[in-house]
Design a protein around this ligand. Sequence first.
Ligand code: B12
Ligand code: SF4
Length: 199
Amino acid sequence: MFQRNFHQYIWDACRYVIASFRVNLPKGLTKLKSSLIYGHFNNFSCSILDKITFDGAKIIEEKLNCFSLPMPFDNPYEYWDEYKLKGKGLISMKHTAIVCGIGALGKNTLLLNPKYGNELTIGAILTDLDLKSDDLCENICIKECYKCIENCPVRAIQDGKVVQKLCRNNAYGKTKRGFDTVECNICRTVFPMRYGINK
Ligand code: B12
Ligand code: SF4
């Protein structure tokens, strides 16, 4: 999926973004209370994505004689407001994916694809190639539905954004043994279009 040149603050020669994506998780993981298993495989899918991005960048360079920059799918990033517990990715993967035609934002602020719903993990490769852009994707978020906003236990989704402090304090934890957990993903799993249209 190819799109326009708006990531030049990361790399001045960047002309286009090739956004890769993969279906994030087996649907069964949305049937459990999130925590250990969802958290584990959410992280696991992320390392798969970093590998696809890394390998993909090398393949594109070899085959198309260009420079390609793999972007970390999530961590690390530099911006951090300790008081607000607010981070910002090096690039916003969701907005990149939108302009690449992969999806549109749902009211839960997650990327929503007609075929795969919001169960997507998103990655991106920047390139100096000149490419033809794909069309933008339709938004399948249901107009009169507010389930994700209403079911967030800490009402973190406000005015189309997530108040990170509220979400972080509620959603991420550790077991007594020190394993990382994801304690909440309700805005993702309560979403009627979570698996896409017709599912
Ligand atoms: C920081 C972060 C968080 C924060 C903030 C989330 C958020 N909504 O921004 C917290 C810790 C709360 C979080 C939680 C989760 N996250 Co998170 N997170 C990120 C991360 C690392 C950076 C996002 C970021 O920079 N946010 C800060 C900015 C965007 O927010 P803002 O300042 O309020 O920006 C607003 C405006 O300024 C404007 N804007 C900002 N940038 C731009 C750019 C353009 C071009 C435009 C037009 C507008 C615009 O739009 C924003 C409002 O929508 C991304 C990975 C990445 N590099 O993108 C993953 C990412 C967004 N997370 C992801 C996931 C899966 C989750 C969780 C579901 C995890 C879970 N608990 O199971 C929850 C969902 C909570 C929710 N409803 O969003 C996925 C989303 C996949 C998808 N299908 O959309 C991502 C993309 C990781 C990935 N590579 O797949 N996350
Ligand atoms: S992950 Fe949980 S706490 Fe965070 S916005 Fe979604 S429902 Fe709210």
